[in-house]
Design a protein around this ligand. Structure first.
Ligand SMILES: [Zn+2]
Ligand SMILES: [Zn+2]
Length: 171
């Protein structure tokens, strides 16, 4: 759990470091091990601005070459806490604003840290930006070197033949 005591907190800037097992914030695959969350909190009279940055190791599989790799995924977010009632029409606007009762003792960041960690998992997982992927013919990982069929594939005569085939299919 990631909790910060806010009752009797005087105005100013505060920094917190949290560390723990990912189970504690209910995060699992592809994340592994521990989470590390840094929080910068700025307290005003009726408002708290909170900036959170979380790092967690993730075991990922490359979309191009199928190789497993490990990477630290960082997720950041800013949350604004307002003391008092939600007097304005909160409507459907999706804003990262949370209303706190003036007597609130602690704020619990666990859910937010979890949600933003999950959002930070990349849609496209690449072991490296220029991953060459697998040969579509022999399946060799081209990051480890070229295979024998590579030459044929890039041979311009092959390209012409392919184009010809595509054209024929279209007609
Ligand atoms: Zn790869
Ligand atoms: Zn090949």
């Amino acid at each position: 759990m990631i909790k910060i005591k806010v009752s009797n907190l005087s105005n100013g800037k505060y920094e917190y470091d949290f560390e723990g097992k990912i189970d504690e914030i209910d995060v699992s695959d592809p994340y592994v091990g521990d989470f590390r969350t840094k929080v910068v909190l700025t307290k005003f009279d009726n408002q708290i601005i909170l900036d959170s940055s979380t790092e967690i190791d993730a075991d990922l599989v490359c979309d191009r070459c199928n190789k497993e790799f490990n990477r630290v995924i960082t997720s950041n977010y800013r949350m604004i806490y307002l003391f008092g009632q939600d007097t304005q029409n909160s409507g459907n606007e999706k804003m990262d604003v949370v209303y706190l009762h003036p007597d609130t003792d602690k704020i619990d960041l666990s859910n937010d840290v979890r949600d933003y960690s999950l959002l930070a998992i990349p849609m496209k997982k690449l072991c490296s930006e220029d991953c060459k992927g697998l040969c579509s013919k022999c399946g060799k990982n081209l990051n480890d070197g070229l295979c024998n069929c590579k030459d044929e594939e890039t041979d311009p005569r092959w390209e012409q033949l392919k184009e010809l085939k595509i054209k024929n299919n279209l007609n």
